[in-house]
Write a protein that binds this ligand. Structure first.
Ligand code: GDP
Ligand code: IMO
Ligand code: MG
Length: 431
């Protein structure tokens, strides 16, 4: 199937969701689908995300801006569920301008989204230091502390930045809290000057994005809306490997709440799955390869964090967890990514089940101590040595690669509708 046929098969509400521990390649598929969907929205996470797009050899990494922004007529929305580091946002805007990509009247930021302040990043670092040996390995982008303030109802929203009275009052109590709890000294006036000036810079982007989203969805000839998930299912605050997770709902439910789009409008929920598994930061990872093979996959897949540059931990594909991911998100199809990276790795192992004390599990364990005692059941498939980066149809793939894809599809129980064979926009096979 060619890409046009695939695009035509998609409905009017399409969500892109990371099905593992992040960095599955969400940005690349968003960029491809954004040729059809002229409205692209993010609704979760913040600058902890790093979404990479490669177009004609040129690489763009977006932390906050939706990956659909490269198409010059697209409307991009950063929704109410996101936490906004305004300086990062402005840097991304500047980078686009430097590349002659105009964003006037097409980038919009929710007035209800919460603001990440410098002190949130300081608290993030402080809390990690306090944890000693049980660090989460956060991106130190202030994500957890900002969502904490939001949930405890003391957060500052983008709209608050334009109301001096409200801003002064909220900042005064947060800075007092910071002094009392963390011993941080900060000058209120400096904060006011800095953030009111940043607020003035982003003023043209700020709007009620829920109203905008629905207006775009209802426009005559609108193809609908594309939703770009951030982070991933097992980093989700409820469904992930708690406490080694991020501080928001990275699953499809979070994306709906974070944009104000009703579940009944969502037609496709596309799970992005890497052909193996990676994870950045601490936390359980039972199929992790701590040997030369893990190193080989890291080198071949350039597995270094898009946000922090940290080496990503690498391991075998885990069909047990992706199946759970599919249950939670209701995947209608999968995009398998980075199949090309497995070239020359030898036989390919796939985790199919977890056993604890001799019993098969149906969900992830609760405790680190249980994860340590998991027995993982694997199957093994023949690997392939051919370069597949130029394959453009399923039949172009060597038989061993085809069989690996078919086996993953069977184990997860969801159709693999597209297969990534390289980072480039054109390096995708549609089935
Ligand atoms: P995201 O956070 O899910 O958007 O993923 P990242 O951008 O953090 O990491 C995915 C990396 O893999 C990026 O460097 C992409 O350019 C790259 N990538 C995406 N799909 C493929 C693929 O099919 N093959 C290869 N070799 N690289 C890919
Ligand atoms: P994308 O969208 C990979 C991980 C961090 C850390 C944990 C908590 O690019 O797939 P946080 O800073 O959110 O408090 O960190 O979550 N993490 C990610 N790992 N990709 C991401 O996003 C991630 N977002 C958060 O490494 O382990
Ligand atoms: Mg990433």
């Amino acid at each position: 199937m060619d890409s046009a046929k695939y695009l035509a098969s998609l409905g009017r509400g399409v969500a892109i969701i990371g099905s593992q521990w992040g960095d599955e390649g969400k940005g690349k598929l968003v960029d491809i689908l954004a040729s059809k969907y002229s409205t692209v929205a993010r609704g979760t996470g913040g600058a902890n995300a790093g979404h990479t797009i490669v177009v004609e050899g040129k690489k763009f990494v977006f932390h906050l801006l939706p990956s659909g922004i490269l198409y010059k007529d697209n409307i991009c929305i950063v929704g109410n569920g996101c936490v906004i580091d305004i300086e990062t946002l402005l840097k991304e805007v500047q980078n686009l301008k430097d590349n002659n990509i105009e964003i006037t009247n097409r980038l919009f930021v929710s007035d209800r989204a919460h603001v990440v302040f410098d002190f949130h990043k300081e608290i993030d670092g402080f809390q990690e230091d306090q944890k000693g040996d049980s660090k989460i390995g956060t991106t130190k982008r202030g994500i957890g502390p900002t969502y904490t303030d939001k949930i405890s109802r003391s957060g500052i929203r983008i709209a608050d930045l334009y109301n001096t009275e409200v801003l002064t009052s909220k900042l005064t109590s947060l800075l007092a809290r910071n002094k009392k709890v963390y011993g941080f000294e900060a000058n209120l006036d400096e904060y006011l000057v800095k953030y009111q000036s940043l607020a003035a810079e982003i003023k043209p982007f700020v709007t009620d994005t829920v109203a905008l989203l629905h207006a775009k969805y209802n426009e005559t000839n609108s193809a609908g809306v594309l939703f770009e998930g951030a982070n991933a299912t097992f980093l989700d605050i409820d469904h992930g490997t708690y406490p080694y997770v991020t501080s928001s709902n990275a699953t499809v439910g979070g994306l709906l709440a974070g944009t104000g789009f009703p579940p009944t409008y969502m037609t496709n929920v596309i799970g992005i799955v890497k052909a193996y598994t990676t994870r950045v930061g601490a936390g359980p990872f039972v199929t992790e390869l701590l040997d030369d093979l893990g190193e080989q996959i890291r080198a071949q897949g350039h597995e270094y964090g898009s946000t922090t540059g940290r080496p990503r931990r690498c391991g075998w594909f885990d069909a047990f967890v992706v199946k759970i991911s599919s249950q939670i998100n209701g995947f209608t199809e999968l995009n398998l990514t980075k199949l090309d990276v497995l070239k020359g790795v030898g036989a390919l192992k796939i985790a199919t089940a977890y056993k604890l004390n001799g019993k098969n599990l149906s969900s992830l364990p609760m405790f680190d101590s249980e994860f340590e005692n998991i027995e993982v059941e694997y199957i093994e498939m023949p690997g392939f040595d051919e370069d597949i980066s130029n394959a453009r149809s399923f039949e172009d793939l060597p038989l061993a690669a085809q069989n690996y894809v078919l086996k993953l599809e069977e184990l997860v129980g969801v159709k693999i509708a597209s297969i990534g064979v390289g980072p480039g926009r054109d390096q995708m096979i549609f089935r």
